[in-house]
Design a protein around this ligand. Structure first.
Ligand SMILES: Cc1cc2nc3c(=O)[nH]c(=O)nc-3n(C[C@H](O)[C@H](O)[C@H](O)COP(=O)(O)O)c2cc1C
Length: 181
């Protein structure tokens, strides 16, 4: 069954891999909208995402295509919000309920399941502040996939690598099936 899925992309190096997730979700017959932070644009271009999902990604909270605001219109009726990669900044903003950008406001406005795929260096991921935010989000009902251990762009191996697109896809499908049953 086709679902309406909002993919949020924040500014981690793993953002380029989210193109594969978007493509697979679209190939599965789902209607996919993409929202990305300005930082994410350093790692993945609008044109690639527009071509993959069939509509331009939303970056600006005041995008004139959405008179009610993209934070309202994008998640209205959505079946799933997936944020991949989820940076330390996005985890913190969502954990603290700060509407400091499009992705945190989408999170605050969402009434559907939310899945986050964190990605950052091992040092960042290990910080008590980050772990506190993750625990808060778990307590608030947010679902997580990863992070995995492996090669990181800081030239080290360790925990913090974003889960592979196929694993995130699998987690998305598991949540959608769970919601339907
Ligand atoms: C090359 C580079 C790679 C980065 N990778 C990550 C990352 O994987 N995870 C993370 O939390 N922040 C990473 N950052 C820092 C974020 O881009 C920065 O905190 C930014 O403010 C996040 O904004 P956003 O969460 O609104 O996208 C990276 C920065 C640079 C310059």
């Amino acid at each position: 069954m086709a679902h309406r899925i909002v993919v949020g992309i924040s500014g981690g190096i793993a953002a380029y891999k989210t193109a594969a997730l978007v493509s697979r979700l679209v190939q599965g017959g789902n209607r996919v909208s993409v929202a990305m932070t300005p930082s994410a644009e350093h790692f993945i271009g609008r044109a690639a995402l527009a071509a993959l999902c069939g509509q331009a990604p939303v970056v600006d909270s005041f995008d004139s295509r959405f008179p009610l605001g993209p934070h309202i219109e994008l998640v209205d009726g959505a079946d799933l919000l997936v944020i991949a990669p989820a940076t330390a900044h996005i985890l913190g903003s969502c954990a603290y309920g700060l509407g400091d950008g499009l992705l945190p406001t989408l999170y605050l406005q969402s009434e559907c399941p939310v899945l986050m795929a964190p990605a950052m260096s091992t040092a960042m991921w290990s910080k008590p502040a980050v772990q506190r935010n993750v625990q808060q989000l778990r307590d608030d009902g947010v679902h997580f996939v990863g992070p995995d251990s492996g090669w990181l762009s800081c030239r080290r191996s360790g925990e913090g690598r974003m889960s592979e697109p196929d694993a995130i896809l699998e987690a998305c499908m598991a949540l959608l099936i769970r919601e339907e049953s």
